[in-house]
Write a protein that binds this ligand. Structure first.
Ligand code: AMP
Ligand code: MG
Length: 310
């Protein structure tokens, strides 16, 4: 794994010139640009073919920098102290004096912020005079990337540089919690809701029954390999790839294990990687074994439901 200063220098060079680069994080790889620059952030939307209605998450190195842009509150401080840096995103009130580009917020008065844990990206953020807007480094609605190769698979030569930070440890996006009024879970992800509840001494639940889509991570088709997915399957059809979480006595060459021991955290880490491998093998359909709806299983099911939406 390359983790040397020249990588950081190269990244800073492109970012200072308002270019986008690929960055590793513990959740998934991001397509990063200067969050204060209209020009740089416009390029993210263009590359991803993303609607400007879908705001971006901004990545910070520390609290001091965040305070230039956002109002904090007691809920935030409690969660920040226990969980950051880590796979959790907070929606906070934007300060009037903030320099965050209007592209990033879709002109809203709120901002989604995160402190990524990956050591190389932390080193990079420390060197910059601005935070990084960074959505997942994939074309909108497709599978999120969990390695440098995946980012290349999405964008080819269209981006100037990708930092190789190895495989993303969590392999799924961050949990998003809105702290604007009462805390509210907006997206399931790398931090379990039960952990947030313990820290805040509340009983938040993820509600995704809103007809009105607030954020596209809550929308229907997302995280999609571009082929049909069938859920809760016991026996796959011959032409299907079969994703499993428990070792079977009989095996077949179309079997793809997310875990062999029913380990849901391991399965979450392998989900996007496996879907990308299956897609690139030109399978026409994916069948998925039933996945228990507990812990990380709930996150996997959330992503699979959206990936299989029509
Ligand atoms: P991604 O593009 O995969 O990084 O996902 C980022 C998610 O954060 C998207 O679903 C955004 O809509 C959501 N998001 C960003 N900013 C805000 C905000 N101010 N309020 C609510 N959600 C947000
Ligand atoms: Mg995304």
């Amino acid at each position: 794994m390359k983790n040397n200063f020249s990588n950081i220098k190269k990244s800073k060079y492109y970012l200072d010139k308002n270019e986008c680069i690929g960055i590793p994080t513990e959740t998934v790889y991001g397509l990063a640009a200067n969050a204060y620059s209209q020009k740089a952030t416009s390029k993210i939307f263009k590359l991803k073919k993303r609607t400007k209605k879908n705001p971006l998450i901004v990545h910070y190195h520390n609290l001091k920098m965040l305070k230039n842009d956002c109002q904090t509150n007691a809920y935030f401080i409690k969660l920040y102290k226990k969980l950051c840096p880590g796979p959790i995103t907070f929606v906070l009130r934007l300060k009037k004096s903030s320099n965050i580009s209007k592209n990033v917020t879709n002109k809203k008065k709120t901002l989604a912020v995160r402190f990524p844990k990956h050591s190389v990206t932390r080193k990079l953020l420390k060197e910059l005079k601005y935070p990084l807007a960074a959505p997942s480094a994939n074309i909108s609605s497709r599978i999120s990337p969990v390695s440098k190769e995946d980012v290349k698979d999405e964008f080819g030569k269209k981006i100037k540089f990708i930092i190789d930070g190895g495989r993303s440890k969590i392999g799924l996006e961050s949990t998003i919690v809105s702290l604007i009024n009462k805390p509210q879970i907006l997206r399931l992800g790398g931090i379990k809701v039960s952990i947030i509840n313990k820290i805040l001494k509340t009983r938040l639940k993820f509600k995704n029954k809103n007809k009105k889509i607030i954020i596209p991570g809550q929308g229907k088709i997302h995280y999609s390999p571009g082929i049909p997915i069938r859920l809760n399957i016991k026996k796959p059809k011959q032409y299907e790839a079969f994703m499993l979480i428990k070792k079977k006595k009989l095996s077949d060459k179309n079997f793809y294990y997310l875990s062999k021991t029913n380990n849901l955290k391991e399965a979450a880490k392998n989900l996007y990687k496996t879907m990308r491998i299956i897609k690139n093998k030109n399978f026409k359909c994916i069948a998925v074994e039933k996945i228990p709806n507990t812990g990380f299983g709930e996150v996997i099911n959330d992503r699979l439901k959206r990936a299989s939406a029509k």
